[in-house]
Design a protein around this ligand. Structure first.
Ligand code: DGY
Length: 339
């Protein structure tokens, strides 16, 4: 594995904190840390994940960790880091990979990257929805394999958005961004569900708050836009797929763990729903021999929701700025509030 951890020089008064960066990042973000005069940086200088054992061995005494959603910052890591650890900043809006309750107990501040990825993620959700509903990958594969014999009336027909009902599970910033982008396609009705109604946002979009079972039963498109919590884990299960229309298109760009993938496989194979588009799976990467990948009506992307050049650079910079603010005991540009 072509990676190394730069060994820090001894901490000095000028750079009193040590920061562990678990991945290769854009230079602009690294420059913010290295020119701050505040910290020595140890970096796993690779595009591949830092092995958990390496993370554990580098953690002792560290003051801050800049991590990714693929790093599990669990109790073991926090224990290994010890009492010096003040800040964890993740290059993601989601923070389900961090032991938040433990951070709360230890007064460790946590930063994330909300807002800056809303547009990119809403965009990929719409792209994936259209690609799945109109069978773009399946159709393009037919062109390459010689399956395109002639124009046929009912060949490669999918589902359209006009006059449809779109159900959004979680009307947060990304959920709203998805609805705003879909509205011009002629959607007839938006439904949403979540912990509580959001009248301001919903009125603007013309969206109705309904219980999850109603959303599942009435939507032509079911789009998961909520975060992974103990309440939402495994939420889309056999029962949920049974409630959906046979023509329903299911889209998930949030976290794979909200979906029972065995139930999804059966629902797709048995025609319980029409198709699924996933940007997130469990595990990630999804093994290449996973049953979902054998299905023509399942589109799987490699978790690229926020992957535009500008978005990833902005996220990286924000992640570095969160670290510095946390070390300085200042308000972080984006802090997860640990109630
Ligand atoms: C996040 O930020 O949580 C996304 O899943 C990746 O950008």
């Amino acid at each position: 594995m072509a990676a190394h951890v730069a060994v820090p020089t001894a901490l000095s008064e000028a750079a009193p904190f040590s920061v562990l960066v678990t991945r290769r990042l854009p230079h602009s973000a690294m420059r913010i840390l290295s020119t701050s005069g505040l910290c020595e940086v140890q970096q796993w200088d690779s595009d591949e994940s830092m092995p958990h054992a390496e993370l554990l061995s580098r953690a002792p005494g560290i003051h801050a960790i800049l991590c990714l959603l693929s790093d599990y910052i669990d109790k073991e890591v926090l224990d290994a880091a010890g009492p010096n650890l003040k800040v964890i900043s993740t290059l993601s809006v989601g923070y389900d990979h961090i032991a938040i309750e433990e951070c709360k107990k230890r007064n460790i501040r946590v930063g994330n990257t909300p807002d800056v990825l809303t547009d990119a993620t809403a965009e990929i959700t719409v792209a994936l929805l259209l690609a799945t509903a109109r069978r773009l990958f399946e159709a393009a594969a037919e062109v390459k394999s010689g399956g395109w014999s002639t124009w046929k009336p009912m060949w490669m027909c999918g589902q359209g958005l006009s006059n449809s009902t779109v159900g959004i599970v979680g009307l947060g910033k990304i959920g709203c961004g998805v609805a705003e982008r879909l509205k011009p396609f002629g959607v007839k009705k938006f439904l949403y569900c979540g912990r509580h109604p959001k009248p301001d946002k919903a009125d603007r979009l013309g969206a109705d708050f309904v219980p999850l079972p109603t959303l599942l039963a009435e939507s032509d498109f079911v789009v998961l836009c909520c975060s992974l919590t103990p309440e939402t884990a495994g939420m889309v299960n056999e029962d949920a797929f049974r409630k959906m229309k046979n023509s329903a298109i299911f889209i998930n760009t949030s976290r794979g763990a909200m979906v029972d993938q065995d139930a999804l496989y059966s629902a797709l194979q048995e025609g319980q729903i029409a198709a699924a588009g996933l940007d997130v799976t469990t595990p990630e990467p999804l093994p290449t021999d996973h049953p979902l990948l054998s299905l023509k009506n399942c589109v799987v992307l490699p978790h690229i929701g926020s992957a535009t050049v500008a978005t990833r650079i902005t996220m990286s910079i924000l992640t570095a700025e969160n670290i510095l603010a946390g070390l300085r005991d200042q308000p972080m540009p984006a802090e997860v509030l640990l109630h």
